[in-house]
Ligand binder design. Structure first.
Ligand SMILES: Nc1ncnc2c1ncn2[C@@H]1O[C@H](COP(=O)(O)OP(=O)(O)OP(=O)(O)O)[C@@H](O)[C@H]1O
Ligand SMILES: [Mg+2]
Length: 255
């Protein structure tokens, strides 16, 4: 397993009291596997991703990334992350944003891959543009290219297409799949979109409302490579309806 989350709970303490964000969540992701997390707002999805990426520590339970604790995995550059807001450096061009990990790690090989990654995410011709000159979708592509330059073993994505219109999202999902396919990275993707989870993933994991627990883990049976036409297939639509009812029930009960 590349990612192992075992009985992880997380509580946040503040002057306003204690918030139980996650409760005994267990999840594993195999090498090269694409797993999506779906669940109601506030159920701890971002918190779970941040703990795997070593941006937060569990209150109880254990996390391993390629057998290492998250801080070691981060030091060894096994993880890469993409968040909802692309968080690009405004004063750096597209290429210089994608070169950033190589510069930070002082790694010539990673630096050398920056240009190729920009090309792979379809931004040829925009290498020297600045983030403010790009559309939202293009900015998302830059942050995906940046997260993949150092060939992480695990790619963590938190609603990477959250701010985009549906048509752009659908295109980027298929594009990301073809870029990801070559990297063999294991992916943990947080999304609110059921079709996004289905078209991209090998497995979809559904969480309960806060404190988040894992209530369902379904295997997505469609072969790869996947195309946008899959969305209209009966089996896809049925799975989509099933997940929607699971989420509905999780959030609002049987009422
Ligand atoms: N740094 C923090 N300090 C205190 N509470 C926090 C912190 N981060 C998250 N929480 C709380 O933990 C709970 C889970 O938050 P989290 O961001 O993980 O939810 P989420 O599932 O990602 O929600 P959404 O779908 O809306 O993004 C929330 O109640 C939130 O208020
Ligand atoms: Mg979140």
């Amino acid at each position: 397993m590349v990612v192992e989350v075992e009985e992880v709970s997380k509580a946040f303490e503040s002057e306003r009291g204690r918030v139980e964000a996650l409760q005994a969540a267990s999840l594993s992701v195999r090498k090269g596997e694409f797993v999506s997390l779906l669940g109601p707002s506030g159920c701890g999805k971002t918190t779970l991703l941040r703990m795997v990426g070593d941006l937060e520590t569990p209150t109880t339970g254990e996390i391993r990334v390629s057998g290492l604790v998250p801080s070691e995995a981060r030091q060894q550059r096994l993880t890469g992350a993409v968040f909802q807001k692309p968080s690009l450096l405004e004063w750096r061009s597209v290429l210089d944003n994608v070169r950033l990990p190589g510069e930070v790690f002082k790694d010539e090989e990673v630096l050398g891959r920056a240009e190729e990654m920009v090309e792979k995410v379809g931004l040829t011709g925009f290498e020297h543009a600045f983030p403010r000159e790009l559309s939202g979708g293009m900015q998302s592509r830059v942050s995906i290219a940046r997260a993949l330059t150092h060939r992480p073993r695990v790619l963590l994505m938190d609603e990477p297409f959250g701010a985009l219109d549906e048509i752009t999202r659908e295109h980027l999902q298929i594009e990301l799949l073809s870029v990801w396919w070559e990297t063999q990275a294991a992916v943990l993707l947080v999304t609110h979109s059921i079709p996004e989870a289905l078209i991209m993933s090998d497995r979809v994991v559904v969480m309960s409302p806060r404190p988040g627990r894992i209530i369902e883990d379904i295997t997505v049976p469609f072969p790869r490579p996947r195309e946008n036409t899959l969305r209209a297939k009966t089996e896809f639509v049925q799975l989509e309806a099933h997940l929607r009812s699971q989420l509905d029930r999780a959030a609002f009960g049987d009422s």
